[in-house]
Design a protein around this ligand. Structure first.
Ligand code: SF4
Length: 432
């Protein structure tokens, strides 16, 4: 979502004649768009500002603005502790950035802009045409979350659930497609809770599918409890919706899920996976896991390992639990750090094994790849993604940008697949 926000921030500042600097050191204004999910996010801000101070030691000070969730969560502290920062702007206030920049230019004054005015934000953004022309890009459709998982800062930094209207999303999507975009990932902290005047995510997907030159649709991130029947159903019927679902589970243990306030059980999760697979057997899943959540025993950890095998996730993001200030879980007694790290290493090894096994099965098979750009290192290497978001590289001198081609996968590793364009190329959406 920060990538989407950064693009939109750029669309806004262009209005007051700010342009992207060619080199980082050439800029006279820095916007650090931050994420608070990862550990040490605030330290990273201080570190980056430190680098700027060094760079500008003998030059006029640039404007420094911190945006995003760190600004929301720790705004006042940042401004007090680091005088080099001129302003903090929360994720629901970045539409006000031009005003902020002009105030700094004129008055040299510190600004804290961390109101939750999500309606005003999108009203402003709707007036500004997106300039994004990446082949595959993001579109924020929903923000905030009402779930309050005990480890998560999102309900505090992004606020309550808010869904944008179908009409404004259709317009923004059409603008993106007219810029050359072919694939959209619909974004929301809790994307399948999308609900605008009783119109749900499935309805939005249906509407966006009608845009001719839009070839692929994805969405992320879903909560298992918001996976409604209509959403399962559309995976059966939509030819533009990709057969890959990111469905965070966080733990394989019911005891830990309860402690996290996830409000679902493993039995429910597995039943949901089965229902989705019944609707479309081509669908594969990826997930998120937190390892070493407070109270996690060896048995709980083993339950997470078993779930990996049972679902056969083709990708997983896993991290050791790290307490986020202000969340209920931050007050709990933590699992011994070394033990948690040891469990993470075991877990990630298993994830990699499953991934390599899955990828080997793709060798000598064909998949449909949407090509995005040439490789920076080799000008005759083209990069794209298959339906499951696997990175694929082919050798070619043809300009494949924005094209979907049938590719025979020759080999690969856990991060990239290598292939060749099939002799007979067909443009279809689902691979055999
Ligand atoms: S559902 Fe996701 S965004 Fe919402 S509180 Fe839980 S982890 Fe955070």
């Amino acid at each position: 979502m920060n990538e989407y926000d950064s693009n939109r921030i750029y669309d806004i500042v262009k209005k007051i004649n700010y342009t992207k600097a060619k080199k980082l050191s050439d800029a006279n204004c820095y916007v650090l768009n931050t994420c608070h999910i990862r550990e040490k996010a605030t330290d990273k801000v201080y570190h980056d500002v430190g680098r700027l101070k060094k760079e500008f030691k003998n030059r006029p000070k640039p404007i420094v603005v911190v945006t995003g969730c760190v600004a929301q969560a720790e705004g006042e502290v940042l401004l007090k502790k680091e005088k080099y920062i001129d302003a903090v702007i929360g994720p629901q206030s970045f539409h006000l950035i031009n005003n902020t920049l002009q105030k700094i230019e004129n008055q040299n004054k510190k600004i804290n802009s961390t109101e939750f005015d999500v309606i005003d934000k999108f009203d402003t953004l709707n007036q500004i045409k997106t300039s994004n022309s990446d082949i595959s890009t993001f579109l924020t459709i929903q923000e905030g979350c009402d779930k309050f998982c005990k480890f998560c800062v999102v309900p505090y930094t992004r606020g309550a659930e808010f869904s944008r209207s179908i009409d404004e999303l259709k317009k923004e999507c059409k603008d993106l497609v007219s810029n050359g975009v072919k694939e959209i990932t619909l974004l929301g902290q809790n994307v399948n809770a999308y609900n605008h005047q009783e119109k749900k995510l499935s309805h939005l997907i249906d509407e966006l599918s009608k845009i001719n030159d839009l070839k692929r649709i994805r969405y992320t991130t879903s909560h298992p409890n918001d996976f409604s029947k209509d959403l399962i159903e559309i995976h059966k019927t939509s030819h533009k919706l990709m057969p890959m679902i990111h469905l965070p589970v966080q733990s394989g243990s019911n005891k830990i899920l309860k402690a996290m306030n996830r409000k679902h059980t493993i039995e429910y999760y597995l039943e949901l996976i089965n229902k989705i697979k019944e609707a479309n057997p081509l669908i594969r899943f990826s997930s998120d896991f937190i390892i070493g959540y407070p109270g996690e025993t060896e048995k709980d950890f083993e339950d997470s390992l078993s779930l990996l095998e049972e679902v056969n996730f083709i990708n997983c993001y896993s991290f050791v639990f790290s307490p986020r200030p202000g969340t209920p879980a931050s007050l709990l007694t933590q699992v011994n750090y070394d033990l948690a790290q040891k469990r993470l290493a075991i877990f990630q090894k298993k994830v990699k094994e499953i991934k390599i096994k899955y990828r080997k099965k793709l060798f000598n098979k064909k998949s449909l790849v949407l090509f995005e750009n040439k490789s920076e290192k080799n000008s005759n290497h083209y990069f794209g993604r298959d339906e499951y978001s696997n990175s694929v590289i082919v050798k070619t001198n043809e300009n494949l940008k924005g094209k979907i081609k049938e590719v025979k996968i020759l080999n690969g590793n856990h991060s990239t697949l290598f292939g060749e364009i099939s002799k007979v190329d067909k443009e279809k959406v689902f691979a055999a």
